[in-house]
Design a protein around this ligand. Sequence first.
Ligand code: ADP
Ligand code: MG
Length: 258
Amino acid sequence: MTTQQAPPEKTDAETVIRTENVTKRFGGLVAVDSVDMHVDHGEIVGLIGPNGAGKSTLFNCITGTLPADEGHIHLRDEEITGWPEHRIAGAGLGRMFQQTRVYREMSVRENLIASAQRNNRFLAQFRRPDEATLDRADELLAYVDLDGLADVRAGRMSFGQQKLLEFAMALMADPEILLMDEPAGGINPSMIEQLLDYIRETNTEEDVTILLIEHNMDFVMEIADRIYALAHGERIAEGTPEEIQSDERVLDAYLGRE
Ligand code: ADP
Ligand code: MG
């Protein structure tokens, strides 16, 4: 008699981020409404939805920028609900904002070094950046093709170049997962191709799991393994790019048919 083995269960060990029933209200407005989602190790997951759907607010809850009103958030097997932002960042979660947050008056290289010290302000007062930090900064500058601009003030670069700098800044801390809020927003088409390559390479070669919000549908359909769609704070769909593209609720949300 052969005993049939149950297939191995997919364990939570593979899940990097999980939200359960996350809700965020601003006064009477429910900006994020009981959202469940998860991102597994190695995935590139897209988060889409019309303007005001609650995408950035959900990011803010995950990163600890805003406290969620309800629900639970896990990073790996640790519950991070209510943790301060710097502690979540220190635990391996990197983030890029919708508006770039480079230090405009600092040089490009100084921006990278500052970002490495941002999570360790106390030590940064006493220590010069170590060799490893300087080497990593130069390595990342070369990677995003900004090494020729290392000593230029960041504020003098184009918006697209500032986005690449911010991408490199987020990688300084070697995050396990990187949350990107509309990385392709406002940058020109030739740079979008470059950015697609960088994100893919970072995912495969640096082993960084990616969760990204994107307004540019071609971009997100091309890069994401899996997509969540939000509308009015609610999760309305989840699936592969193909599934999402033909999902009635997603089409309705985008065309404003309801
Ligand atoms: P998205 O990123 O999907 O465009 P947001 O998360 O920025 O949407 O916003 C979701 C809703 O919450 C919108 O109606 C927005 O006006 C509102 N909102 C976002 N942030 C705040 C805030 N700090 N205070 C009040 N309302 C906010
Ligand atoms: Mg937003």
